[in-house]
Design a protein around this ligand. Structure first.
Ligand SMILES: NC(=O)c1ccc[n+]([C@@H]2O[C@H](COP(=O)([O-])OP(=O)(O)OC[C@H]3O[C@@H](n4cnc5c(N)ncnc54)[C@H](O)[C@@H]3O)[C@@H](O)[C@H]2O)c1
Length: 423
């Protein structure tokens, strides 16, 4: 039975390990995070993902999935470690480097190494290859190498792992074919072969497209507020055009993909990455815009020592991931504006930031403004009549246009929506 060693058991590596294990492969997962490994061994989750828990139990109970803090010999090595940016927006490839180094002692003739992490184009060739040659194996014949970027969306990982089309880019045809063959184990979507650098570029382009499109929507939201239009309605109508797909505005862009990957292209070619760079800056300016909007609203109402209840810390709906979350930036700006605040997120079960509470009621008690930053179902389903019993002033700023405005207004709330002229 083919054996796979997965390096990095996070949002991508763990579901991928579980999928292969539950489709008949022998999988050894390794992670440098001892706590995560211990939890996984005990069939517990260190991350939230729909359907992961039961699949993990099946994988471990079947004996197909083992985990530890070191790699093991295998036929295939899949690297799914972080690829963040540094404070100066340059790519931090330290994790990719150390993960690649860690497998070198285990590599054998005939192995395949697949990088799943999203990386700047040329990383496989310029960063991984010089490390992999230390195995003494001839690259391309004795050791196959490829990049297979991941396209899944958190929350729907298992659906998308199976149904999404997948790009596989080998350093040669044999590497691409072997990689495609492996993913056919569970992928029902189309598997399209290319070379490694093109595959890297494709993934980064996809996320950059979305960042630029969101920046465009954010720009339209700001313009709409000034010209007297509800941007949400305008976008909805514009998207009826058969060739138009404008994204949605919001308090900023978060996560380790869309807010990060465009910087890879800016770093690679600063001179040409003009729109890309501006889009990044536009999206990064939205948290301040949002905090200032909240301040303007409480100022209008002449509320003394207003308290803002920040609802939503995850970077997107219905997940527990706070990486690069614009909410954290909004809170920085709220602090800078000397506004009192509390923060709550139903999906975040640990206190990560000051004034965060794990209890909704505590967060909204005596609040003067509810600032909705994430369109979690829990917020969409809030009962405004119930909320009204706890707050001091009935004002809500909805940056995701996710609340039932009529219901909130019926409960006596003043509802302000980001990108709406009525504000
Ligand atoms: N999460 C997503 O939705 C998503 C989607 C597409 C692509 N990606 C890309 O996939 C990659 C992994 O993302 P993620 O969300 O799974 O990250 P993650 O932080 O959830 O998981 C990465 C794991 O790797 C471990 N790790 C770090 N260095 C290691 C090393 N040297 N050896 C072994 N383990 C190590 C960490 O402890 C962590 O558990 C990133 O490049 C990301 O951009 C993520």
């Amino acid at each position: 039975m083919e054996k796979i060693c997965v390096i990095g058991l996070g949002y991508i590596g763990l579901p991928t390990s579980v999928m292969f294990a539950n489709h008949g492969k022998k999988v050894h997962g390794m992670d440098v995070n001892i706590k995560a490994v211990e939890k996984i061994k005990n069939k517990q989750l260190h991350i939230e993902e729909n359907g992961l828990e039961e699949r993990l139990v099946t994988a471990i109970d079947s004996g197909n999935l083992t985990v530890s803090t070191s790699p093991e010999q295998a036929d295939v090595f899949i690297i799914a470690v972080p690829s963040p940016i540094n404070a100066d927006h340059t790519a931090n490839l330290d994790y990719v480097r150390s993960a690649t180094k860690s497998i070198v002692p285990y590599l054998q003739k005939g192995n395949l190494v697949i990088l799943e992490s999203t990386v700047p184009p040329r990383t496989v060739l310029d960063v991984m290859m010089p490390i992999l040659v230390e195995s003494g194996l001839e690259i391309g014949t004795e050791l196959l190498v490829s990049h297979s970027p991941e396209r899944v969306i958190p929350g729907r990982v298992f659906e998308e792992l199976v149904n999404n089309s997948r790009i596989v880019g080998g350093i040669n045809e044999e590497s691409s074919e072997k990689t495609a063959e492996l993913y056919r184990t569970f992928v029902k979507g189309e598997i399209i072969k290319t070379d490694a650098t093109t595959a890297e570029m494709v993934k980064v382009m996809e996320n950059t497209y979305r960042d630029v499109n969101i920046a465009f929507a954010n720009e339209l939201a700001r313009i709409s507020e000034n010209v007297g239009v509800n941007v949400w309605e305008a976008i909805r109508l514009a998207n009826h055009h058969p060739r138009v797909n404008i994204h949605m505005p919001g308090p900023g862009v978060g996560g380790h993909c869309i807010a990060v990957d465009p910087w890879f292209l800016v770093e690679l070619d600063q001179k040409n990455a003009q729109i890309i760079h501006l889009a990044r800056k536009t999206n990064d300016s939205m948290p301040e815009f949002t905090a200032l909007k909240a301040k303007r609203v409480v100022d209008e109402h002449q509320i003394n020592n207003p308290k803002i209840a920040v609802l939503g810390l995850a970077f997107k709906a219905n997940i527990d991931d706070m990486r690069e979350s614009p909410s954290v930036e909004v809170i920085h700006h709220i602090k800078d504006l000397n506004l009192e605040y509390s923060a709550f997120d139903p999906h975040i079960h640990e206190v990560n930031i000051a004034n965060q509470t794990l209890n909704l009621e505590e967060a909204i008690t005596h609040a003067d403004l509810l600032l909705v930053l994430t369109d979690h179902n829990e917020f969409k389903n809030l009962d405004p009549q119930e909320v009204a019993k706890h707050v001091r002033s009935k004002i809500v700023v909805d940056t995701k246009n996710c609340l039932n405005r009529e219901a909130w207004e019926a409960a006596g709330f003043e509802v302000r929506v980001l990108g709406d002229s009525k504000n």
